[in-house]
Design a protein around this ligand. Structure first.
Ligand code: ZN
Length: 329
């Protein structure tokens, strides 16, 4: 497992990563090298099942650790700004260059027992928020997994932006909604189970986020949104951030003083990204939306920045320019 420093910058080594196009045939035939071969093969296999079952699509692109002839590189890892870089990744090429700089996200390949299980309870848990979120060393990650997390982070930014203010329930409802699930999960298994209605928070765009505790059922959607934001971030940080420390011996008023300084580490890149997001929210930052009408992505502003990236700045300029030309005609 790789440790990403969160409280101070230091040099870390990043394994080279490359984008691979996968077809069912090439997965089996591809020439892979020694120790990682089996690991890579089984990881690609498990992910292809998981992507099919959770998203109903074929896995086409993925990032894998490059072969042993490519040397790792070292970077001064600084979590500051990581979330901004992550949130604006759009194409597989953007994602690849980010991964080549920082490494793979560090998501555990799904358990084969879980993704092939026919038990109703296990099938019920067959959704990205369960399968895509375990931190671990990884050798392969589907591009769909990356895109899912990038979208999640964008949604979290938007949710934070809405619940930070005294938004109306209608405004919150543009992002999240409550759905009633009849019966309990176990009813599939035990026919004598009590039939209860449970309330679940969903993204308005579809996916389920969490089960609402009964205490909150009567609350406004704004309060529910605030609760959802915190719980989501807690669950993303869980198991991803570790405490550590170093000590120094200094001279204080003539005595040798033992002093401990706290350090924090993320066990994977994605945990470091979510930690950066968490810190930004704890620091009460404001979210801005990219001024390029074709983009509109949420981002954390630095200085007088109006656009999420230079590319968007240029695109917005071109759009304005065209608009002007059209009017002048
Ligand atoms: Zn933009």
């Amino acid at each position: 497992m790789r440790f990403y420093p969160l409280t101070e910058n230091h040099l870390i080594s990043i394994d080279p990563v490359e984008l691979v196009e996968l077809e069912k045939r090439t997965i089996r035939k591809e020439k892979l090298d020694d120790f990682s071969e089996e690991l890579l093969r089984s990881s690609i296999y498990k992910w292809s099942i998981a992507i099919d079952k959770t998203m109903g699509k074929e896995m086409v692109l993925g990032l894998k650790l490059a072969d042993k002839f490519k040397e790792p590189h070292e970077i001064y890892f600084n979590k500051e700004g990581l979330i901004n870089e992550f949130v604006r990744l759009k194409t597989p090429e953007d994602i690849t260059s980010f991964a080549q700089k920082y490494g793979l996200l560090g998501i555990k390949a799904p358990d084969i027992e879980q993704i092939t299980s026919t038990y109703p309870v296990v099938q019920y848990l067959m959704r990205p928020s369960y399968i895509f979120t375990g931190y671990d060393f990884s050798v392969f990650e589907p591009i769909d997994l990356w895109i899912w997390h990038i979208k999640e982070v964008r949604q979290i930014f938007k949710l934070y932006n809405v619940v930070k203010k005294k938004s109306s329930d209608e405004q919150v409802n543009e992002l999240i909604e409550i759905k009633i699930h009849k019966g309990r999960l176990e009813d599939h298994l035990y026919e004598d189970g009590d039939i209860l209605n449970s309330f679940f928070v969903h993204w308005t765009s579809g996916e389920q986020i969490l089960k609402l505790p009964q205490l909150l059922e009567e609350q406004s959607l704004l309060e529910i949104g605030r609760y959802t934001l915190i719980k989501m971030l807690e669950s993303r940080l869980f198991g991803g951030v570790h405490e550590g420390g170093i000590y120094t011996i200094g001279i204080h008023s003539g005595n040798k003083a033992f002093k401990v300084r706290e350090r924090k580490y993320a066990v994977s890149l994605l945990a470091a990204i979510y930690y950066d997001l968490w810190k930004k929210i704890v620091d009460d930052i404001n979210i801005y939306f990219c001024g390029n009408i074709k983009c509109g992505l949420p981002f954390v502003k630095s200085g007088r920045q109006k656009y999420c990236s230079d590319a968007c700045k240029q695109e917005a300029y071109r759009i304005r320019h065209k608009e002007k030309e059209r009017k002048d005609k």
